[in-house]
Design a protein around this ligand. Structure first.
Ligand SMILES: Nc1nc2c(c(=O)[nH]1)N[C@H]1C(S)=C(S)[C@@H](COP(=O)(O)OP(=O)(O)OC[C@H]3O[C@@H](n4cnc5c(=O)[nH]c(N)nc54)[C@H](O)[C@@H]3O)O[C@H]1N2
Ligand SMILES: Nc1nc2c(c(=O)[nH]1)N[C@H]1C(S)=C(S)[C@@H](COP(=O)(O)OP(=O)(O)OC[C@H]3O[C@@H](n4cnc5c(=O)[nH]c(N)nc54)[C@H](O)[C@@H]3O)O[C@H]1N2
Ligand SMILES: [Mo]
Length: 748
């Protein structure tokens, strides 16, 4: 299933968490959302007495298993982590050698951290100063420590800053590139890592290649199609390199709001083809609905009745295509730790349902480019027919060099699944016939004999066993400072001592000290990522060198609006006094994907907190998934949470005359509302409420049940939390601020 909710992957892996001495979890509740993986956290506690720390606005089931808990105010994690660094620097607990040899720009961080005393942090985050000090002490004194995050960090207007400050904290403590350390981002859907790796995003090609002409040309020739033919698929060459609409804001293209028409080559979006997204999971449902209503054609490919069809008033031009489920398909998927896995089909597709790729093939046939669409699968061995899905997996391995998928062939991945029992749970290391390989060949897996890389940036292992330094991506120097790792940082067994740039055709002979033959030069691509011959990588392997260099991790991203992460209040903040001090970004962002995104101009347009004083937090339940249609169709799962509800503290409810089990309205600053059942709990403080987002089928108090085709209505329908999630988007990724908004409540 494709979706566009944020980047990231674990630097380490779930089993490796058993090596951790401390585990700090920001905005993630693995006991609920990754319950199988969470067993490794509990084992870490048993094995190492690992200290578990949870930072979350709600006392979650994960918090219930933790040793320390901080009830943070939503959207203030940057402040919290600077607060931790403030204490670490003051006490001298930072890893000085590590910072000196492997990091660029720590002085700027040190300067900013100085401002964040425990008292300032307490004011901004709501976490008592003593709790911050205690958590910091525990985390700094128990190394290696792993830092976990998920959607509680990303779904904010400062989501990108959050995902940068967290690894910076790990760098300060020297926790990156270590077993038991790392930044471990627990990803979402089944195969969401694979979907992201495969370019199911609005701004890049598969493997995170950009949208520039060199990348398109590399893919054109790898797919065996003419570059000019590809150009011809677009309205103009310029549109080819322009990021598309994101999932978060596509509807503005359909309604033709603002500059969307001129940003979108002079046209509105007329058709929407949905392959595995619930649509009711997107923020600001009233606007999503307007987008759906404005379409000429809506195609919903789904094993269930996609509730977008229920939400829209549209009567014509809505098509429901029955997709087979993942039990009725086979092929490779990629897990949260970059490990791939081969899956065998359990049953053939039932009834008239079809596998997603079959539907895509049929579509390509009717649009007239089936031959071009499938050609790359024939190219490796010059075949007449392809074998699905094996040849698709091999096509990926052949083309995607950027993240090192060369070794991830169908044959090897099948062998891993077949020999599942021969891999160690903690190290991922294989035994017997699987010796020398790590489970799922976690990328980068540089060659067809490479082991895969279970722990990124670990210089204590040879490259042949997954060792590497930090990647050299941003030039050789910045402001006169070398971006290469220091002399003391040599990857085990590497022929090159200390840091070095990424390896290109131009520098390979000089850096590796080798002489290429003319034949090799003729075959070689310009860089390791665009070298179809893979000779650059092969030569690097012989020298024990990671092709992408051995550089410094940078804390400063000079081309971002905030070169170092800064605390900025959410677009809708309950603390108007702090908005003045920590305002959102000054300028609206134009041509952000294909829309304009507002920041301070909206944040400061009104004193929102006056009318909407309560923080709105949204998230997940263990018995439900995503938009929830799959689970609300199961009576056993529905029994656990039969109705849509709001978690509310009795002290807050009392102010509004709301009793446990009463219906209540939740109003958003957008002027929208939902009617939900009040559920009393102490897990939320009296200044915030929590809504799960797994329901649909009601809209602003109206029951849309009669719109479900006969016999398809789930056992439970209700309001989507996303009808009241507020405007607010990250300035880089455009992920919606669904974890930090405001609302007003009243008894219904
Ligand atoms: N049962 C179940 N499992 C799932 C899913 C599901 O729907 N159901 N969905 C899958 C998917 S797609 C994903 S992406 C993952 C998501 O997994 P998680 O990110 O763990 O899920 P959420 O419940 O959305 O959010 C996690 C926590 O973030 C907290 N939070 C909110 N705002 C903030 C904040 O500002 N700071 C901090 N520190 N915390 C905050 C919330 O209170 C919540 O407890 O789960 C996956 N697993
Ligand atoms: N308020 C709020 N909103 C959120 C979030 C939040 O925390 N708060 N989290 C966001 C996140 S991280 C995510 S990932 C999204 C999740 O939201 P969605 O992506 O909408 O998640 P799902 O409901 O898991 O799946 C989408 C659809 O895929 C269908 N499906 C299942 N298997 C297949 C298949 O094999 N083929 C096809 N074609 N379809 C299939 C399902 O029936 C379902 O209709 O929600 C986002 N929205
Ligand atoms: Mo997700």
């Amino acid at each position: 299933m494709a979706n566009t909710w944020g980047y990231g992957a674990m630097t380490n892996h779930l089993g490796d968490i058993q090596n951790s001495k401390a585990i700090i979890i920001f905005g993630s509740s693995p006991a609920v959302n990754h319950p199988v993986g969470f067993q490794h956290f509990l084992k870490a506690k048993e094995r190492n007495n690992a200290q578990i720390i949870v930072v979350d606005p709600r006392f979650t089931r994960t918090a219930a298993k933790a040793d320390h808990y901080a009830p943070i105010r939503p959207g203030t994690d940057v402040a919290f982590m600077y607060g931790m660094m403030h204490i670490i620097f003051e006490k001298g607990w930072e890893d000085k050698n590590y910072i000196n040899d492997r990091v660029y720009g720590m002085d700027e961080i040190r300067k900013e951290a100085k401002k964040w005393t425990p008292e300032v942090v307490e004011d901004v985050t709501g976490v008592p100063a003593e709790t911050l000090i205690q958590i910091t002490t525990v985390y700094a004194k128990n190394r290696p420590g792993t830092l976990i995050w998920a959607m509680g960090l990303t779904q904010h207007s400062v989501g990108t800053s959050n995902t940068r400050i967290a690894p910076i904290l790990q760098l300060v403590l020297g926790n990156m590139g270590k077993e038991g350390g790392g930044t471990n981002i627990l990803r979402g859907h089944d195969n969401v890592q694979g979907a992201t790796d495969m370019g199911c995003l609005a701004d890049n090609l598969p493997g995170y290649y950009g949208l520039g002409e060199p990348a398109w040309k590399y893919f054109a020739s790898s797919w065996g199609v003419d570059f000019e033919w590809l150009v011809g698929r677009f309205k103009s060459k310029e549109m080819m390199s322009r990021p598309g609409f994101s999932l978060a804001r596509w509807y503005e293209g359909a309604t033709g709001e603002g500059e969307t028409i001129s940003n979108n080559a002079g046209t509105k979006l007329k058709a929407l083809f949905v392959l595995g997204n619930g649509i009711t999971s997107i923020s600001q449902q009233a606007r999503v609905k307007a987008g759906l209503d404005a379409l000429e054609m809506l195609v919903l490919v789904d094993p269930f009745v996609n509730e977008a069809a229920v939400l829209t008033d549209k009567q014509d031009g809505v098509y429901l295509l029955p997709a087979a489920t993942q039990f009725e398909t086979s092929g490779s998927v990629v897990a949260t730790n970059r490990s791939a896995q081969w899956r065998y089909k359990v049953v053939e597709p039932l009834y008239e349902s079809k596998e997603d790729h079959e539907l895509m093939f049929e579509l390509a046939k009717r649009l007239g480019f089936y031959k071009e669409y499938t050609k790359a699968m024939l190219m490796k061995e010059n075949k007449k027919d392809f074998i699905w899905p094996d040849d698709a997996t091999d096509e990926i391995a052949r083309i995607v060099k950027s993240i090192g998928l060369t070794g991830c062939t169908a044959k090897r991945l099948k062998a891993h699944t077949d020999n599942w029992h021969l891999f160690d749970e903690v190290s991922l290391r294989g035994y017997g016939p699987m010796k020398g390989e790590y489970y799922g060949l976690p990328w980068p897996c540089w060659t067809e004999t490479h082991s895969g890389s279970p722990v990124l940036y670990n210089v204590d292992k040879p490259v042949s066993e997954g060792g590497m330094g930090f990647r050299n991506r941003f030039g050789m120097e910045h402001n006169g400072v070398s971006q290469m790792a220091g002399d003391s940082v040599t990857v085990k067994g590497s022929k090159i001592k200390g840091g070095h740039p990424q390896i290109t055709k131009d520098n390979i002979e000089q850096i590796l000290g080798i002489k290429l033959t003319e034949a090799e030069k003729a075959k070689m691509g310009p860089s390791w990522a665009m070298d179809k011959s893979n000779i650059i990588v092969e030569k690097c392997m012989e020298a024990g060198v990671a092709p992408y260099g051995n550089a410094r991790a940078r804390t400063i991203v000079w081309n971002f609006p905030d070169p170092i992460p800064m605390h900025r209040e959410p677009i809708h903040s309950p603390r108007t006094d702090l908005v003045a001090k920590y305002p959102s970004y000054k300028e609206d962002k134009k041509m952000h994907y294909r829309v304009t995104t507002k920041f301070a101009s909206l944040q400061q347009s009104k004193d929102f907190a006056k009318e909407f004083p309560i923080n709105l937090v949204t998230g997940r339940l263990v018995n439900m998934n995503g938009s929830g249609v799959e689970n609300r169709g199961s009576k056993y799962l529905v029994e656990l949470t039969p109705e849509m509800f709001a978690d509310i503290n009795p002290d807050l409810a009392a102010n509004y005359g709301i009793r446990n089990g009463d219906m209540m309205w939740v109003h958003s600053p957008e002027g929208t509302k939902v009617k939900v059942k009040a559920r009393f709990t102490q897990s939320v403080l009296p200044d915030r409420i929590f809504l799960p987002f797994h329901w649909a089928g009601h809209f602003q108090g109206k029951d849309l049940s009669e719109r479900y085709p006969e016999g398809t209505k789930p056992y439970s329908v209700g309001e989507s939390a996303n009808t009241v999630t507020n405007y607010g988007y990250d300035i880089i990724t455009q992920i919606p601020e669904t974890k930090g908004g405001l609302c007003r409540i009243e008894k219904a």
